[in-house]
Design a protein around this ligand. Structure first.
Ligand code: NAD
Ligand code: UD9
Length: 428
């Protein structure tokens, strides 16, 4: 198997062609492997077959076209086409249920599909982010399904993905990678495989450690953002501009405070802390409290909006509010767990009309100017580059009342004539 991987003769199936699976499949195909991408969504398969990406990411269109035109990458919804591959890489989503417990249905179904298709000696890699101990449980599913013995009849590894959307193709190459094997040999094989394009450092460990490492990384970020958000809350009470205060605090050699804002969205940070806690019998409460703080940030934006409306004596029920940005972060089309949606849900029954505009996502209006015509308040919920270059004079002329709420600190100096409030901007 090692030789097959080194000589790039190993046949690879990538299961799930989303934000992670599609770039991963492209990288292996462009590194010279024959790759089949298996995806249950037929619309996605159809697009990829035509060389078109269904996600927005720098460089993806050219790299995908190259992979498809060279014949190295094929997409399919037919499980027959992933039979007896050498390597399976599972990249399906691992969301939460309503009650915040992990929904591992997609993963279990993908593992069962792989179990049916694989052969003795296959290497099964899970890239999805999963609760501690899940790889071992998935190995048992394969053992039951096929009567194979994990570590003897097949190799199994958790190889968490750590890329940042917007920089995926750079980070796939230069990030360091962790390979958590159910056996050392499994991890070593995965390491050789990824070395075909990874230039960052690589580390080998066991699967439960790698599951925990990935979840700790995102929990670290989430808890730090919650701390920044709590600082922002205090800054309003002390009449301080939190961004100036953070800039100064960050001049300390051992302090690096994160960025407060309207909320923490995406497919990862809002759920990974819960995945980390899910198999635990007990915890200290810090991680959950940080999550609650971040989940409540859209409510803080609502409070600022209503305070601003009050200063112009406009009852909320008469106000037309335009939300700029629906994606969870700047220059992305991903709306999963977006704070913009949570914010809209919080205000929609209290105001006259909520409008929305996003350059990458369908909102109520297709042009920013149309969305702002006659509006009373504008709320920035996403830090898209487009919103950093707005012509405030023209916008002011279009709006009926000029209330501006900055949930993402994209405005340094509030434009003249606007009633301005921003998360953490205690000075205004
Ligand atoms: N998006 C990110 O920035 C990111 C970064 C690092 C890690 N991750 C982790 O990677 C995993 C995937 O995330 P994503 O953002 O790519 O999700 P995604 O929803 O964009 O992609 C998952 C794809 O898998 C498909 N799928 C679901 N079940 C399937 C099955 N049984 N067989 C075949 N296809 C199936 C879905 O239709 C979907 O297209 C998650 O665990 C996530 O936490 C995501
Ligand atoms: C540890 C780490 O770096 N993990 C990254 C993270 O990537 P991400 O795409 O989820 O992006 P983030 O930048 O973390 O943003 C999430 C949300 O938090 C808001 N935010 C952010 C920073 C801040 O200081 N203040 C904020 O309010 C932001 O607006 C947005 O809504 O998870 C991926 C999947 O596991 C990882 O692969 C990837 O490495």
């Amino acid at each position: 198997m090692r030789k097959k991987i080194e000589s790039k003769r190993a046949e690879i199936a990538v299961i799930g062609l989303g934000y992670i699976g599609l770039p991963t499949a492209i990288m292996f195909a462009n590194a010279g492997f024959n790759v089949v991408g298996y995806e249950i969504r037929e619309d996605v398969v159809k697009k990829i077959k035509n060389g078109n990406s269904h996600i927005i990411e720098p460089d993806i269109d050219d790299l995908l076209r190259k992979a498809v035109e060279s014949g190295k990458l094929r997409a399919t919804s037919n499980p027959e086409e992933i039979k007896e591959k050498d390597v399976y890489i599972i990249c399906v989503q691992t969301p939460l249920r309503e009650d915040k417990t992990p929904n591992l249905e997609y993963l279990e179904s993908a593992v069962k599909t792989v179990a049916k298709a694989m052969k003795k000696g296959s290497l099964v890699i899970i890239e999805s982010t999963i609760p501690p101990l899940t790889t071992l449980r998935m190995a048992e599913i394969i053992e039951k399904e096929r009567r194979f013995k994990a570590g003897e009849d097949f190799y199994m590894v958790h190889a968490p993905e750590r890329v940042m959307p917007g920089r995926i193709f750079k980070e796939l190459v230069y990030n360091s990678r962790i390979f958590g094997g159910i056996t050392k040999e499994s991890a070593e094989l995965a390491e050789v495989l990824y070395r075909s394009f990874v230039k960052g450092q690589t580390f080998i460990t066991n699967s439960t450690t790698s599951e925990m490492v990935k979840l700790m990384e995102n929990t670290f970020r989430d808890v730090n953002i919650a701390l920044a958000n709590e600082f922002a809350f205090l800054a309003h009470q002390y009449n301080v501009d939190i961004f100036k205060a953070i800039e100064l605090a960050n001049t300390h050699p051992r302090v690096k405070i994160h960025v407060p804002g309207i909320g923490v969205g995406g497919h990862c940070l809002p759920k990974d802390p819960y995945l980390l806690l899910s198999p635990a019998k007990e915890d200290f409460g810090l991680i959950k409290r940080a999550r609650e703080i971040n989940e409540d940030m859209p409510l803080m934006a609502k409070d600022l909006l209503f305070e601003a409306l009050k200063t112009i004596n406009l009852p909320p029920e008469d106000a037309i509010v335009t939300v700029l940005g629906l994606a969870y972060k700047g220059n992305s089309d991903d709306t999963r767990n977006s704070p913009a949606h949570a914010f809209i849900e919080h205000i929609k029954d209290d105001v006259k009309e909520v409008r929305s505009y996003d350059p990458y996502v369908k909102g109520t209006h297709e042009s920013i100017m149309e969305a702002l015509k006659g509006a009373d308040a504008l709320v920035i919920a996403t830090d898209h580059s487009e919103f950093k270059e707005l012509d405030w004079k023209t916008i002011g002329e279009l709006m009926r009342n000029k209330v501006l709420i900055d949930g993402r600190h994209i405005i340094e100096e509030p434009p003249k004539g606007f009633v301005f409030k921003g998360i953490g901007r205690g000075e205004y």
